[in-house]
Structures are given as structure tokens and as C-alpha cells.
Design a protein around this ligand. Structure first.
Ligand code: DCP
Ligand code: MG
Length: 385
């Protein structure tokens, strides 16, 4: 990569951001490309620009992977069956995915991140957290770094990214979503709780449409409603998600940005548009997930011995079933057979499910030791958890 026009490391007088460091808070940026796969297709084919585009198969079993912002006006979204998307938007243009191109762009943006900090935690091809508390270029201002990154992404790839800047991961991710597309949002120390209070709970990472419905039934519509509920109440209604929700409602997140996190598994899951209870429908959904996940496994080059099926029911209970083999699962047929056997073992279900996923773990070359729990941030260590 050619050098960027960032100023050299400086030892000059204090910037406003120095206060944040002194108080022990981190400076975190979350970057997320806009309508990623769809934007790449529009970039590479001018005829698609300004038009509603969906990346994904248009067949009866196809699912939308990405929708351009023009398509979203019609209600087209990721994970929606293509048939439904075409009904919502008859003009919709379907493009087959080109993963090699998306991967190349992903490498370009990672190189840009690494120019500013080694503390980069990619979440997917188009998304990453950066800890810029001590940035490599001595820029000092996280907001300035986020702007430089966005400009550089535009210059190098021709694509837009949105950025969120804050003092923890939870808030940075909320912020990157706030002014999408091509947006920037900064949540400064002291502003997190108020920012979260004003949000509908559906904006919280991990609270899907059904989670939001469940909260609505309990009288919780916004972060301000959530913060009124004590931990005991949240534990009764939301089980293992309670601690996360309790902290999130206060704008607290103790997780560190973790660079080079070793890959423990490769997998994927889908939340359904409608709950599914019948065996045949679940089996059909499983076939789609097998295809999707095996494709990811092949792309990543991972080889693993354990296949895990995950289901989440309408009461938010998670059911997992796993099967381990003496050697790496050799091919898609073996992976599919294991997945079908796992599903067969839990049918018939007592409750419909809202989500299904498959993962391959016990990967070759993996130590197998559990990851150390994330250390608490210095400034937040005195909090209840
Ligand atoms: N993706 C997918 N299936 C999903 C969700 C996403 O294949 N159910 C792929 C296609 C997306 C890419 O991952 O382009 C990034 O996902 P995002 O959730 O960041 O969505 P987009 O980048 O498409 O849109 P946004 O502008 O909302 O970030
Ligand atoms: Mg994105």
C-alpha cells in the first residue's frame, strides 16, 4: 500500500481525546461497508448503479445475501427468501455472488486498518473493530482516524464505509449503524447511556425482531425502558442474555478488541422470517444451511472434526447437538449426513424454532484450549460484573 497522508507520530501538546485515555477508557472504531456485496456489484457493472440490486440466487430456494439501498426502499433485506424479495420489488435485479472479489476488497480494507493500528478484530468480510487508543500514526483523535479510513477506503476501492467511534465495542457498533450509508457517528464518554436510552431495543446487537417483540410484550420498547429493569427480572425473562442486556442498557461493554483471534470454528446460521415447527420444513431449511456453511468451510480452507447443530426456539432456548469424528469431515456429503442425523435426533420438536445454524469445529491446527476470558477495561473494573 502507498503511504497515506497522515501526520507523523507527534509528541505535541494534549488533544481533547487524551482525557479519555487518562480515564482508562479505550478508543474504539467500528467500520462496516455499506450494502457490501451489492455495492461491489454496482461498482463493477455501471448498469446496476442507482438500481435495486440483490446479491443471491433468484431460484425458488434462493436467499438474498445483500440488498442495495435502492432495493431496501422496497423492504428487501438480507436473509429474505428471494421469491419474497422479487414480490416486494418486481424491478429487482439478482446477481450471483462473487466471493473472490469480496474477499479481495476485504483484504484491501484490512490493509488500510493495519496502517493505523495493529489492534484490528475483523468480524466478517466487511466489518471490523479497531482499538486506536494508541494509534501507530500518532494522530490521537479517533474521529480523525475514522475519517481518514473512510476516505482511504473510498479512494482504494471505490466503495463507501460507515464508521462508529466510541469508547467500547457495543457503542461503536451502534454508532456505525446510526448514519448509514456513508456515515460517521461519534459517541463520546459520558454520552453512551443517553444514546442507548433513546434507541429502540431492536437496534441492540443480538436482539432480533422476535426478541424485540418479546420485550414489547413486557413493556420494554427502548433502552430507557430496559434500564428500569433489574438484573433479576432480566435473568427470568432473557436467561443467558441478561447480563449483556443489563450492561448494554447502561452503555457498558467490557470486551476488548482482540486482534488475531484464533479461528475456533466455521459456521453460519439463519433466523427465519417465520417460526418453523414442522419436520419437513426444518429439513428443507437444513439443506440450505448445509450448502451455505459448506461453502464457507471450503472458502476458509478449514478442516474440522466436530459438526454442531444449533436451534433456537420461540422461547429463546438454545438446543445444540454435536457429533465428533475421529478425522476431519472429508466432504460436503459427510458434513450433510452428520447434520441430517443431528436434526433427526431432535425431531419432533416441542416448540417451533426461529433460528438454525451449523458449525464445524475442532479445527486442524487449533490448540483446543479455551480462549482466556476478556479482561475488564481498567476504567470499568469496579462495575458490578
Ligand atoms: N451477508 C450474507 N447473509 C446475511 C447477511 C449478510 O451473505 N444474512 C453478506 C452480504 C453483505 C455482507 O455479508 O453484503 C455484509 O453484511 P452486513 O450485515 O454488513 O450488510 P451490508 O453490508 O450488505 O449492508 P449495511 O449497509 O447495512 O452494512
Ligand atoms: Mg455492511
Amino acid at each position: 500500500m502507498t503511504p497515506m497522508s497522515a501526520p507523523p507520530p507527534s509528541t505535541s501538546s494534549a488533544t481533547p481525546d487524551d482525557e479519555e485515555t487518562a480515564s482508562g477508557l479505550r478508543k474504539v472504531i467500528h467500520i462496516d461497508m455499506d450494502a457490501f456485496f451489492a455495492s461491489v456489484e454496482q461498482r463493477d457493472n455501471p448498469a446496476l448503479r442507482g438500481r435495486p440490486v440483490a446479491v443471491g440466487g433468484s431460484s425458488a430456494r434462493g436467499v438474498v445475501a445483500a440488498a442495495s439501498y435502492e432495493a431496501r426502499v422496497f423492504g428487501v433485506r438480507s436473509a429474505m427468501p428471494s421469491v419474497r424479495a422479487a414480490r416486494l420489488c418486481p424491478e429487482l435485479i439478482f446477481c450471483p455472488p462473487r466471493f473472490e472479489v469480496y474477499k479481495a476488497v476485504s483484504q484491501q480494507i484490512r490493509a488500510i486498518f493495519l496502517h493505523f493500528t495493529p489492534h484490528v478484530e475483523p468480524l466478517s468480510l466487511d466489518e471490523a473493530y479497531l482499538d486506536v487508543t494508541d494509534d501507530l500514526r500518532g494522530i490521537g483523535s479517533a474521529t480523525r482516524i475514522a475519517e481518514l479510513i473512510r476516505a482511504r477506503i473510498k479512494a482504494d476501492t471505490g466503495l463507501t464505509a460507515s464508521a462508529g467511534v466510541s469508547y467500547n465495542k457495543f457503542l461503536a457498533k451502534l454508532a456505525s449503524d446510526q448514519n448509514k450509508p456513508d456515515g460517521l457517528c461519534v459517541i463520546r464518554p459520558g454520552e453512551g447511556a443517553a444514546f442507548v436510552a433513546a434507541l429502540p431495543v431492536s437496534r441492540f446487537h443480538g436482539v432480533g425482531p422476535r426478541g424485540a417483540e418479546k420485550m414489547a410484550a413486557l413493556g420494554i420498547a427502548t433502552g430507557a425502558d430496559l434500564v428500569q429493569r433489574d438484573l433479576a427480572f432480566l435473568r427470568v425473562h432473557f436467561g443467558s442474555q441478561a447480563d449483556y442486556l443489563y450492561r448494554a442498557a447502561r452503555g457498558i461493554d467490557l470486551r476488548r478488541v482482540r486482534a488475531n483471534r484464533p479461528r475456533k470454528s466455521v459456521g453460519g446460521e439463519r433466523t427465519f422470517e417465520r417460526d418453523i415447527g414442522s419436520g419437513p420444513a426444518l429439513r428443507e431449511m437444513l439443506e440450505r444451511i448445509i450448502t451455505l456453511v459448506w461453502e464457507r468451510i471450503e472458502r476458509s480452507g478449514a478442516k474440522g472434526r466436530t459438526v454442531t447443530l444449533k436451534l433456537k426456539d420461540t422461547d429463546f432456548r438454545t438446543i445444540t447437538r454435536a457429533r465428533s469424528f475421529p478425522a476431519a469431515v472429508p466432504d460436503e456429503a459427510a458434513f450433510a449426513a452428520a447434520a441430517r442425523a443431528l436434526l433427526g435426533g431432535v425431531l419432533p420438536l416441542q416448540q417451533p424454532v426461529r433460528l438454525m445454524g451449523l458449525t464445524l469445529s475442532a479445527l486442524e491446527g487449533e490448540g483446543g484450549a479455551p480462549l482466556a476470558p476478556a479482561a475488564a477495561e481498567p476504567g470499568q473494573a469496579s462495575l458490578p460484573f
